[in-house]
Design a protein around this ligand. Structure first.
Ligand code: 9MR
Length: 369
């Protein structure tokens, strides 16, 4: 007589189990979402507060980790030389603390969103003076966030597509030594935090991915600590890397003894979206998450925000959008369930995927009528 009740009780925890809960069951450390401070959203012309948005962000089963999309970058944290400001970054850090989320911290040395004073022609850096600037920045920012980050993106995006170093004030003055200096400094400031090199278009074997392998080996050969490589994973729905390519890329880093995490996953599509592009997107998300589940070195997945109106994509790629998992009306993309499948099975099953997609599209059409 108690049979159905026992069954119901056994199922209850799973009815609320969501992305992070399934990620943990799949052996990952977290499934996370980056988020911006309301101030940043206001600047982008968006309404600052969304109750539904906050409820999802703070649903412990949905996301087990977060990253500030902007607030910890140099432009905000050291807008003038020696003047540090942590207001923007702290907003996201305090959400992480209140909710007990793992925090990936982003990004210490990057030539973009850099404070103008670092690049000013008048600065006229020598290797010595610019080295002192890097050490002061890395030290102050990391000290402020000490104990609150699982990982730091120490250097972000330092290569061109062909695998050579890209032009930046750091490379022009210091050559590849700026990377060594940033990692060496970070390891001294907080030895227990994971130190990552973070980049996009390295999620399949390519000259650029080889370039990142070279950076990892360069640091290791000099005895400098590097713990991880971040696969940003900014994909295009119509041409993402395959599951096997991603597993091969993760394994190549794993062979060097570093961990891998998807750090900024999103899959953009041409607008208006249609059934086909949504299906491509669902497959692309499933393959990325499936690769992370299957490849031993991969420890977690972060999506670059979760709500379409807060995505960076349409600002950078006009005509493309809907890259995340929640539409503007807070309905979920079909990719959401494809990810859950991938977390359960290592990849989505094509048959289940088709059936589910048809049901979701019908529900969405009904809602829009
Ligand atoms: O999401 C960020 C967006 O709000 C900023 O305007 C943009 C400026 O470059 O940076 C975005 O985040 C980037 C991240 O820091 C590094 N990888 C690429 C991301 C998308 O541009």
């Amino acid at each position: 007589m108690y049979g159905p009740l026992i069954l119901l009780a056994a199922l209850l925890p799973f009815t609320s189990a969501q992305l992070d809960a399934y990620a943990k069951k799949a052996g990952l450390k977290y499934f996370g979402a980056a988020t911006d401070s309301p101030g940043q959203r206001e600047r982008a012309g968006l309404e600052a507060s969304y109750e539904q948005y906050d409820a999802i962000l703070r649903d412990g089963n949905e996301f087990g980790s977060t990253t500030p999309t902007n607030g910890q970058k140099w432009l905000f944290t050291e807008p003038e030389q020696g003047v540090f400001n942590f207001t923007e970054g702290d907003i996201v850090t305090s959400i992480a603390q209140e909710q007990g989320l793992i925090q990936r911290c982003h990004a210490l040395v990057w030539h973009s969103q850099l404070a103008p004073w670092v690049e000013a022609a008048s600065a006229d850096w020598t290797p010595e003076t610019l080295s002192a600037v890097i050490v002061a920045h890395v030290t102050n920012v990391m000290e402020h966030y000490r104990g609150r980050c699982y990982a730091w993106d120490v250097v972000n995006e330092a290569l061109d597509e062909d695998g050579g170093y890209c032009d930046s004030i750091f490379y022009r003055v210091l050559g590849a030594d700026f990377i060594k200096l940033a990692f060496r400094t970070a390891a001294v400031v907080e030895p227990g935090v994971k130190l990552y090199y973070n980049y996009y278009n390295i999620e399949k074997p390519s000259p650029k991915s080889d370039g990142v392998l070279r950076i990892v080996r360069m640091l290791q050969e000099d005895g400098i600590k590097i713990d991880g490589v971040g696969f940003q994973g900014h994909f295009v729905a119509s041409r993402p890397p395959t599951l096997d390519e991603q597993i091969a890329a993760i394994d190549a880093y794993g062979a060097l003894g570093v961990e891998v995490a998807y750090t900024e996953l999103d899959v953009r599509q041409t607008t208006p979206v249609n059934e086909t592009s949504l299906e491509w997107q669902a497959n692309a998300y499933a393959d990325a998450v499936g690769a992370c589940v299957q490849a031993k070195a991969c420890i977690g997945v972060t999506i670059w925000d979760f709500y379409d109106p807060f995505s960076w994509v349409p600002y950078t790629f006009p005509g493309e959008d809907a890259a995340l998992l929640w539409f503007e009306d807070f309905a979920k993309h079909p990719a959401y369930d494809a990810i859950i499948d991938a977390l359960k099975n290592g990849t989505a099953s094509p048959c289940k995927r088709k059936k589910r997609r048809r049901a979701q599209m019908a529900a969405r059409r009904a809602k829009l009528q």
